[in-house]
Design a protein around this ligand. Structure first.
Ligand code: SF4
Ligand code: SF4
Length: 443
C-alpha cells in the first residue's frame, strides 16, 4: 500500500519502545495544583476566583479574556490558596491560580452528564467546546472553538484527526488510540456534524499498526470516516505536513488550515471534544508520557492539569541516575526544563529525561555547505542561507528567503554534520521579526 507523505524530513531514533506498551494509569495529584492562566496561544485567561474561595472539579477559575483565549478549569476541589506569578514550562513566570486539593473531588453541577450531540445546534456544540477550555493539545495550544469556527462551514472538505505522533519517545496519543478509540470516532463525528460537506480522516503513521487496526475496524462502520496510513517520518505530524500528506493541499504561515478547506485536531483534542460535548467534562486532565533512559519505569499517566512535574517523576519510579537533560515534550520540539517545579498544562504531552545531553556535548564547527539541511527541511527552505542572513544581522534577507515559513521543527539541526544550532537561531530571528512587526503596528 502506498504511504502518504511529504518531501524532506528525517528519521530520528524513535525511542517509543520504552513506553508504547505501557497502558495508561490514572493517578491523582498529591500536592497543590498550579494553573497558569496562559496555557494556550493568545491572551491569558482572567482569574474569576479570589484567594480563599472554594472551587469544584470542572469549575471555570480563569475565563477567556478575548477571541483568541481559553477558559481554565479546576481539576480538583479545594481552596484557592494564592493567585500569583509562578514558574511555567516555558521558563517564564506567569500568573497562576494555586489550589489546595481537599481530596474530595467534588464536581460542579452537571459534570459528567451524558448528552446527545445530534440534539444540539452547531452553536451549542461550539459554545460547549469554548466553555470546556479546549485548546490544541498536540502542543500548539490554539483555542479549538476558533479552529472549528471557520468563515464558511460549507467550504470545509476535510476534518483531519492528527494521529501521527511523529516526535520520538512520545506514546500518549498512541495509547489513546488503542484505549479510547471509540471516543476518537465519536469526537470526529461531532466535528463532522458541523461541516456537512467534509470527509473525516484519521491520519496515523505506519509505525503504529495496532492503532491503525483498532481505528480501521471502527471506521469501517462509518460512511464519512477513513483511516489514512502515513509514512513514518518526522515531522509528519506538523499541521502543514499532515494536511499535505492526507489530502494534498498546501498551506503557508499566513494561512489557517480552514483557508485550504481543512480542520485539523490532534488525538487528545478530539477526545476532549467528545468529553465536553457528550459527557459534559471540561479539560481537567491529560495523558503524559514519562520516559527516557534516566527514568526507572517509563509509562503513560493520566494526570490532572496543575500537577507538579516532580510528581510525574515519582510516578515513573524516579531517576535511575541524575539526568543531564530534562525536556517537556519530545526531543525535537520540546522545551528543556531546568527545574521540575512547574505544572502540567493542557498542552503537556511528555516528560523526557536523558542521562546524556547529546546537544550540549556536540562541538559546533564552520558550515561545510553540504546541503543536508536543505534536503531535510520539510518547508523547502535553505537553512544554510537563512543562517548566513542571521549572521550578517540581515533580517530583511531572512524574510526574503522565506525564513518566516520555518516552523522550528529541528530537522536541519538534527542532520547538520557541523552541529550548527540552526533551529535555535531561526527561533530567535522569527521572534525578533514578529516583535518588530508588532511594534511597527502599534506606532
Ligand atoms: S547541514 Fe550544516 S554544514 Fe551542511 S550546509 Fe547545512 S548548515 Fe552547512
Ligand atoms: S527548523 Fe525550520 S529551517 Fe530547519 S528544517 Fe525545520 S522548518 Fe526547515
Amino acid at each position: 500500500m502506498r504511504r502518504a507523505t511529504f518531501k524532506g524530513g528525517i528519521h530520528p531514533f524513535d525511542g517509543k519502545n520504552l513506553s508504547k506498551d505501557k497502558p495508561m494509569q490514572v493517578v491523582l495529584p498529591k500536592g497543590d495544583l498550579v494553573y497558569p492562566m496562559a496555557q494556550h496561544i493568545g491572551a491569558p485567561a482572567k482569574p474569576v476566583v479570589a484567594v480563599g474561595d472554594q472551587v469544584l472539579v470542572g469549575q471555570v477559575i480563569g475565563e477567556a479574556s478575548s477571541f483568541i483565549s481559553a477558559n481554565v478549569c479546576s481539576s480538583v476541589s479545594g481552596k484557592v490558596k494564592a493567585i500569583e506569578k509562578r514558574l511555567t514550562v516555558s521558563g517564564a513566570m506567569a500568573e497562576c491560580i494555586v489550589v489546595e486539593n481537599d481530596n474530595e473531588y467534588t464536581t460542579v453541577e452537571g459534570f459528567g452528564t451524558k448528552r446527545d450531540y445530534k440534539k444540539m445546534t452547531k452553536e451549542e456544540i461550539r459554545q460547549t467546546v469554548k466553555d470546556a477550555g479546549i485548546v490544541g493539545m498536540g502542543g500548539a495550544g490554539f483555542p479549538t472553538n476558533v479552529k472549528i469556527t471557520p468563515k464558511n462551514d460549507n467550504e470545509i472538505d476535510f476534518v483531519i484527526v492528527n494521529g501521527a505522533e511523529c516526535e520520538p519517545y512520545l506514546t500518549s496519543d498512541y495509547r489513546l488510540m488503542l484505549e479510547q478509540s471509540q471516543k476518537i470516532i465519536d469526537g470526529l463525528k461531532i466535528v463532522l456534524s458541523l461541516f456537512k460537506n467534509a470527509k473525516g480522516y484519521i491520519s496515523i503513521e505506519d509505525n503504529k499498526p495496532e492503532a491503525i487496526k483498532a481505528l480501521q475496524e471502527l471506521a469501517a462502520a462509518e460512511e464519512r470516516i477513513e483511516v489514512k496510513v502515513l509514512k513514518t517520518k518526522y515531522p509528519q505530524g506538523s499541521e502543514r505536513k499532515i494536511i499535505y500528506a492526507t489530502c494534498g493541499r498546501k498551506i503557508n504561515s499566513k494561512m489557517l488550515p480552514s483557508d485550504a478547506g481543512c480542520i485539523v485536531n490532534n488525538i487528545a483534542t478530539i477526545i476532549a471534544i467528545y468529553n465536553a460535548v457528550s459527557e459534559s467534562t471540561p479539560v481537567i486532565e491529560r495523558v503524559v508520557t514519562v520516559t527516557g533512559d534516566a527514568v526507572a519505569e517509563p509509562g503513560n499517566f493520566v494526570v490532572r492539569t496543575g500537577t507538579n512535574y516532580r510528581e510525574l517523576v515519582d510516578l515513573a519510579g524516579g531517576f535511575v541516575s541524575e539526568p543531564e537533560k530534562i525536556v517537556c515534550g519530545g526531543p525535537m520540539m520540546g522545551m528543556a526544563l531546568y527545574t521540575l517545579d512547574v505544572p502540567v498544562t493542557k498542552t503537556s504531552s511528555a516528560l523526557l529525561a536523558m542521562v546524556k545531553d547529546p546537544v550540549a556535548e556536540a562541538e559546533t564547527s564552520a558550515c561545510i555547505r553540504c546541503g543536508r539541511c536543505v534536503q531535510a527541511c520539510p518547508s523547502g527552505l535553505v537553512p544554510q542561507k537563512m543562517m548566513q542572513a542571521i549572521k550578517h544581522n540581515d533580517l530583511d534577507m531572512f524574510e526574503k528567503i522565506h525564513g518566516m515559513e520555518c516552523y522550528e521543527c529541528g530537522s536541519c539541526t538534527y542532520v547538520c554534520p557541523a552541529k550548527v544550532q540552526l533551529t535555535q537561531a531561526f527561533k530567535l530571528a522569527r521572534k525578533t521579526v514578529m516583535d518588530n512587526r508588532r511594534k511597527a503596528q502599534n506606532q
